[in-house]
Every structure is written in structure tokens, then in C-alpha cells.
Design a protein around this ligand. Structure first.
Ligand code: SF4
Ligand code: SF4
Ligand code: SF4
Length: 182
């Protein structure tokens, strides 16, 4: 019987959440437990559905159109003349593919971008657009799934560590305030 690891290995790891799960691994877990069908991943499209069907000895089925359509690999582009440096696009990026600092212009590292589109909606000035990777001059190839997975896990570890550090600072401040009032 196929494991969630086996299933996850067949997913594209863009971490786009279009399957309705918070990333590729939760979707893999749901397939493994029988809670999800194999046709929920637009970035993987027909090829991923076929691979999952073979692995799990199931019938193939069309991509669920509710989750979106299959298309060419995309990459985010930032209009640097419009960017106001608000940093709102940084936290949603699952692979830390956007570089920039507060009040400074931001840019996308195209070698790292999975095309997940999660940075688009948070931008308050609509200066992020998704373009087919193939239309970029000298565009590097889309990053491999294993590479995306590693960067996503590193991103999550960094986020968790920062949250832990911030909680510790807040707790120390609270304790200091309580001590000074005693
Ligand atoms: S690539 Fe997106 S839709 Fe496909 S499994 Fe991963 S998170 Fe879900
Ligand atoms: S830059 Fe945007 S589209 Fe590219 S991986 Fe990050 S969030 Fe996704
Ligand atoms: S969210 Fe938009 S305006 Fe803000 S830093 Fe990112 S690209 Fe620039």
C-alpha cells in the first residue's frame, strides 16, 4: 500500500493550496487516508493524476475544475516602479522567493519561484503579475519538486522559530512589567 510519502513524492510542491489543503503534504495525507480524490491538483494536472492513479491502482479522472485549470508554468513578476516596499508579499511566499526590505523595491528570484500565485492577492498596489515562465528572456527552468519541498520546510521552520522567539520576548516583557509593579 502506498504511503503519504509515496504520494507526496508525485506532487509538484508548488504549495499553492489550490487543492484545498495548506500544501502538498496535507493533500498527500488526505489522499492516503481516503479523504481526498486524486484529481485536485491543477499544477500537476493530468500527468500527476495519471501518476497517482498508477501508484494507487485507481482509475484516472479529469482534473476537478473547481480548483482551477492546468496551464504552463508561471512565474511572478513585480513591477518595480510601482512597488511601495510594504513587504506584504513576503510572508505568503512558501519558498522565500521574494527579496526586498521595508520601503525598498522588491523583486522575485525566478530560479526559486514555484508559480504558486500566493503573493498576488496580498499586494496592495497590484504590482505583482503572473507570466508564463517560457515568455521570460533567458528564464531559468522551473525549480524541481524536491527543491521546492526543501525550501518550503525551511520556510516553515524559520516561521515557527520566529514565532517562538517573539513569544519569548513578549513573555519576558510581561514578567519584567509584573516585577516592576510588585
Ligand atoms: S501543488 Fe498546489 S494544488 Fe497541487 S498538491 Fe501542492 S498545494 Fe495542492
Ligand atoms: S514569488 Fe509569488 S508566485 Fe513565486 S513562489 Fe513566491 S508567492 Fe509563489
Ligand atoms: S506587496 Fe506589492 S507593493 Fe508590497 S513589497 Fe510586495 S510587491 Fe511591493
Amino acid at each position: 500500500m502506498a504511503s503519504a510519502d509515496d504520494i507526496d513524492a508525485l506532487l509538484p510542491q508548488t504549495q499553492c493550496t489550490r487543492c484545498g489543503y495548506t500544501g502538498c503534504r496535507p493533500y498527500a495525507d488526505a489522499i492516503a487516508s481516503g479523504a481526498a480524490e486524486i484529481n485536485q491538483c491543477p499544477p500537476g494536472g493530468a500527468a500527476t493524476i495519471a501518476a497517482l492513479a498508477t501508484l494507487l491502482h485507481r482509475e484516472t479522472r479529469p482534473l476537478n475544475p473547481v480548483n482551477g485549470t492546468e496551464g504552463p508554468p508561471l512565474v511572478a513578476q513585480i513591477d518595480e516602479d510601482v512597488c511601495i516596499g510594504c513587504v506584504k508579499c513576503l510572508p505568503p511566499c512558501p519558498v522565500d522567493a521574494i527579496v526586498g526590505a521595508r520601503k525598498l523595491m522588491h523583486t522575485v528570484v525566478t530560479e526559486l519561484c514555484t508559480g504558486c500565485e500566493l503573493c498576488v492577492a496580498p499586494c496592495p498596489v497590484d504590482c505583482i503579475s503572473m507570466v508564463p515562465r517560457a515568455t521570460l528572456a533567458a528564464a531559468p527552468p522551473a525549480p524541481e519538486a524536491d527543491f521546492n519541498r526543501e525550501r518550503f520546510y525551511a520556510h516553515n521552520i524559520r516561521i515557527a522559530r520566529r514565532a517562538h522567539e517573539q513569544a519569548a520576548v513578549l513573555a519576558a516583557r510581561k514578567q519584567a512589567a509584573n516585577t516592576s509593579q510588585a
